[in-house]
Design a protein around this ligand. Structure first.
Ligand code: ADP
Ligand code: ASP
Ligand code: MG
Length: 442
């Protein structure tokens, strides 16, 4: 069993949808095909939802009309014959009718999430019908019938597996089982989602739930690159990563993977292959438990929106139990900490979830003097055995030159060095490290 996920750009044009139909048909055995919404759709639905919430009805209608035009043209180009063109028009009419009804009715957070889910529902239905027109047998697995999260927004892997297996068994005659990425139900049985970019996570959860042979993530680039290609010009794809390396890169900002994608795959040791839909011959990246013997820097990633909180207290001096008290405050507000640095009289931690920042700061005040610094970025340098490589920190700081580093985390694991810099210095840092650590010119 394979799980094969195609992202927004891979399904974003009729000719690409036709191409992925050929790709999955050529893959041997049964596979679950996870699709994202067509590229640009989820962004459009977010804009639409925000306009409706802000009661800007005319602007929302404009947004709906514009997207509908795009879909009408899409189905006209996707289907070959008149019968399927008519089916395509019916699908588009039905979805956009729903958008207009949602916009006209009582619209709250729940309706907003229902609206966001439509992108994946429409892309999978269009694809299913395309396969049908081509006489390729396939089945639909409705994600809202098996994918669920608990009250802490954590996926319920056991329940997902229990629901999914009989659904798949009932469709055993079809080799291609199509399902929606990103969408799920929450503990109140409402429609919800796995956060932006969540289709990768869906694929990995399904891969773990059915103990797949491999999870393939097909996207618009030839694998995980050594640095962020949106910022740095000279980057290259990495052939192999361990689960640990890939999971650090995804968590710390490599957009090619949703931050949690690797967690279920690692738990059940299912390899993840990253492939390029636009260049299927490119080798891509294999993510598995195989560790390379060499200690080396493999890749960098950066995560924005980080806030540093500094707690200074003379009571910390020679005292035990102080850090526990600090961490309890973060635990109470379910806020996870990414980086920590301590001295004898102070501790600095970083967080990215600012929902409870005010309350956290208020409570920390009883422990000492608090300073908060926003607009920080974590630069994460990853490579197995990195920390054992002699002179690695010297290389990093030589590369950074005059760039000011606010915090360093080294030695927590042997495959990671994290640096905290002001976000205004992020691009420069990534470029300087690309030159200094990989010898690549800008
Ligand atoms: P999809 O729609 O297929 O999910 P995404 O846009 O979410 O695709 O992810 C692919 C994009 O991730 C690439 O086009 C690239 O710009 C970006 N990206 C950021 N960091 C990396 C990296 N280290 N390696 C590869 N791609 C990266
Ligand atoms: N369509 C969703 C998004 O744009 C999920 C995904 O593409 O992975 O965030
Ligand atoms: Mg993505």
């Amino acid at each position: 069993m394979l799980v094969v996920k195609f992202g927004g750009t891979s399904v974003g044009k009729p000719e690409r949808m036709k191409k992925i139909a050929c790709l999955v048909t050529d893959m041997p055995g049964q596979k679950v095909v996870v699709l994202s919404a067509l590229s640009g759709t989820t962004n459009a639905l977010v804009r639409m939802g925000e306009l409706i919430l802000a009661k800007q009805a005319d602007a929302a209608t404009q947004e709906i009309d514009q997207l509908e035009k795009h879909y009408k043209q899409f189905v006209d180009e996707l289907y070959a014959g008149e019968a399927y063109k008519a089916i395509g028009e019916e699908i588009v009419g039905r979805f956009f009718g729903l958008f207009r009804r949602l916009a006209a009715g009582h619209f709250d957070d729940r309706s907003y999430r229902e609206l966001l889910a439509q992108g994946e529902l429409i892309s999978t239905e269009l694809f299913y019908r395309h396969l049908q027109e081509q006489n390729i047998s396939s089945g639909l697995l409705p994600a809202l019938d098996f994918m669920s999260i608990d009250e802490n927004s954590e996926p319920e892997l056991e329940k997902i597996s229990k629901r999914l297996k009989p659904m798949m068994a009932s469709l055993h005659a079809a080799d291609i089982l199509i399902t929606q990425g990103y969408i799920c139900r929450n503990h109140l049985d409402e429609i919800d989602n796995l956060k932006r970019g969540g289709s990768d996570y869906t694929a990995s959860l399904i891969g773990a739930a059915v103990k797949a042979k491999e999870i393939q993530i097909w996207t618009d680039i030839d694998g995980m690159h050594n640095n962020d290609p949106r910022i740095v010009k000279n980057t290259f794809p990495i052939a192999n990563l361990t689960f640990d390396e890939a999971s650090e890169l995804a968590y710390f900002g490599a957009k090619i993977l949703h931050p949690s994608t690797i967690v279920p795959a690692r738990k059940y040791n299912v390899p993840v292959l990253l492939k390029n839909t636009m260049d299927e011959k490119a080798a891509g990246t294999v993510i598995s438990d195989k560790i390379s013997s060499q200690s080396e820097v493999k890749a960098l990633a950066a995560k924005d929106g980080i806030t540093a909180i500094n707690i200074k207290s003379s009571r910390m001096l020679l005292a035990y139990g102080f850090l526990r008290k600090v961490f309890e405050v973060f635990e109470k507000y379910k806020t996870s900490i990414d980086m920590i640095a301590t001295s004898e009289v102070a501790v600095t931690v970083t967080i990215d979830d600012l929902k409870s920042l005010d309350k956290i700061v208020e409570e920390l005040k009883s422990l000492g003097h608090i300073e908060v610094e926003k607009n920080q970025s974590i630069i994460c340098i990853v490579g197995n055995g990195l920390a054992d490589k002699s002179g690695v920190l010297k290389e990093v700081f030589n590369a950074l030159g005059e760039i000011q580093v606010r915090m360093v985390s080294f030695g927590g694991s042997d495959n990671n060095i994290s640096l905290l810099v002001n976000t205004s210095q992020k691009d420069n840092s990534l470029k300087a490290l690309n030159t200094g650590l990989f010898g690549l010119k800008e």
